[in-house]
Write a protein that binds this ligand. Structure first.
Ligand code: DGL
Length: 280
């Protein structure tokens, strides 16, 4: 594909995740910037990404980003830590110059790391993330760029995304898997005072995580942080802002059954939505 084939007129902001998790980011972005148009794409048919190899996550993410570009997006947010950790750099460096050097793809890890210094008191940071994000070492690398003295303990929670994707997040069985991972993280660093939910699916488990994590430990969710960072980005990049349409609309695409997606998405977003199926 080359630049000529991509629509050049203004378009919506694209928000991508492997499944439902990015809805936690989309809802905060829409709260902060309701005037823009959005297209959400969930690759539910192929979720979870968290246990997949680097190459596969990169391939799948690139397919999704290309589809969002084709549908008119000039700016795509990877509302997925796994994709941000494993595909963002390649897409920015290898694919954007070829697809269209004026389009942008942004991730969720950098904005999260930027605020962490103002949250922690003792510099002991815990990260809950997918096995893929943990294996990439992305949080450690990003945090240590600006705060080399911080102690970062990353802990993979392989069961949490399947619990969310299979609608078990609020069921009693989820308690066991949440407590197991919280205990393991705090055992690895008992001085942890701040925990980042480094997977966009995890805020859906927040009530159970909050219950299991001792009071006094801050739990950082990314939605509001990413929303503020995007708002700031658009304030600084007028040329991109001018290429975004404003109609307050949101369209939902999924690679799975749209009815099934809409049902659970409605629950997460608190308002009725309709979805369409997309093939990547
Ligand atoms: N929600 C994604 C993340 O933030 C990915 C979950 C998955 O598909 O494993 O990492």
């Amino acid at each position: 594909m080359n630049t000529e084939q991509l629509p050049q007129t203004a378009g919506p902001i694209g928000v991508f995740d492997s499944g439902y998790g990015g809805l936690t980011i989309l809802s905060e972005i829409r709260r902060a910037m309701p005037e823009y148009d959005y297209i959400y794409l969930g690759d539910n048919a192929r979720a979870p990404y968290g246990t997949r190899s680097f190459d596969i996550v990169y391939d799948f993410t690139l397919q999704a980003v290309t589809e969002l570009f084709r549908r008119g997006c000039h700016l795509v947010i990877l509302a997925c830590n796994t994709a941000s950790a494993k595909a963002l750099r390649n897409i920015q460096q290898l694919d954007l110059p070829r697809l269209d050097p004026n389009r942008r793809v942004l991730g969720v890890i950098r904005p999260t790391v930027e605020v962490i210094g103002s949250v922690t008191r003792n510099g002991h940071i815990g990260i809950f993330a997918t096995p893929g994000t943990v294996a990439s070492g992305s949080y450690e690398i990003e945090i240590h760029k600006t705060n080399p003295e911080m102690k970062v303990t990353s802990h993979a929670c392989p069961m949490w995304v399947p619990l969310v994707e299979n609608r078990e997040a609020d069921k009693a069985g989820a308690d066991y898997f949440v407590r197991q991972e919280v205990d393991a993280l705090l055992k690895a660093d008992p001085e942890t005072d701040t925990i980042i939910l480094g997977c966009t699916h995890y805020p859906i488990l927040y009530p159970k995580i909050r219950e299991a994590v001792p009071e006094g430990i801050e739990i950082v969710r990314q939605g509001d942080i990413v929303a503020r960072s995007l708002k700031d980005y658009l304030r600084r990049h007028g040329e991109m802002d001018a290429r975004l349409t404003r109609g307050g609309r949101a369209e939902y695409l999924t690679t799975e059954c749209p009815e099934r997606f809409a049902e659970l998405a409605t629950l997460f977003l608190g308002s009725e939505i309709k979805a369409s199926r997309v093939q990547l």
